[in-house]
Design a binder for this molecule. Sequence first.
Ligand code: IPM
Ligand code: MG
Length: 370
Amino acid sequence: MATHKLLLLPGDGIGIEVMPEVIKVIDWFQARGVAGFETETGLVGGSAYDAHGQAISESDMALATESDAVIFGAVGGPKWDAVPYDVRPEAGLLRLRKDLALFANLRPAICYPALADASSLKREIVENLDIMIVRELTGGVYFGEPKEIIDLGNGQKRGIDTQVYDTYEIERIGRVAFELARKRGNKVTSSEKRNVMKSGVLWNEVITALHKREYADVTLEHQLADALGMQLVRWPKQFDVIVTDNLFGDMLSDIAAMLTGSLGMLPSASLGEMNPKTGKRKAMYEPVHGSAPDIAGQGIANPIAMIGSFGMALRYSFGLGDAADRLDKAIADVLASGLRTADIKGNATSTCSTGQMGDAIVAALDKASA
Ligand code: IPM
Ligand code: MG
């Protein structure tokens, strides 16, 4: 039985509340002999700042580098609003993405039929939706230099962020999108703002050339990012795989989340380049929802995005697609049974706690394998 090294980073807010639920699932797969997991736990975000004055310590960064997968909760909260910019909670997350070179962020948005009424859109628009947003994660305006506020000396300041993409960055994320599309609906929609941005012009050129050269069997469409936002709420089922840059991907994936009923439903995988020698790639798995300070500490957060993120680890890091399918089915079964956390309440008359949802998913795994 292969053993995989996991680094658990619960972080802040509801990250701390959903992590115990994914541990139940990890333990379940381990006990069933599906795989061995060696877990370590570290600090990130505000909790790391409180402990060491940094958004992530060097020793936890070293553990992350050595791990086969980082399982990440969420960071941030009003408690740390006033901390210096470079040690703010989000800096820990961004450092993990950058230093582990996790350039490919996969954000699937799936609407389970049982949840179609929890979405703010009509059932027929979202029911059975299955799209994959592929967000570039280590470039663009998030990391471009210069990034600063300068004093102009006349009572004015200037804030600068730099949107920058090189050919290789666009090509490698494009490849991830085309490869995924071949295993799904065979369609890629590439999105940028080439009508106002040079980086968008290059993005469009590089994706078009890559398609022509290596992926002509896949259908390729281009949509401007603003139009794509509109199309996502108008007719989301037209999409299969969407590939876009770091900032547009951040925004569009939050929009896509609401199509599924709740931000509490969206898992994600952040992947690095495959190492041809080891056949392994660096990876981090995190729910798309943040630390949700408004509901933190109440035990009512939805753990499905966190548990689904571990499902993605089974699939994309450990080659355990069957186990991932079993986990997805257990989640669907629990939703079909009517159990609901508050965020996906819809027309339900009662809601369950974070822990009850985690227990129900483990029970559904048990039941399906009895
Ligand atoms: C996300 C989050 C992060 C981002 C924040 C917490 C820095 O919104 O993962 O979507 O902007 O990438
Ligand atoms: Mg976001």
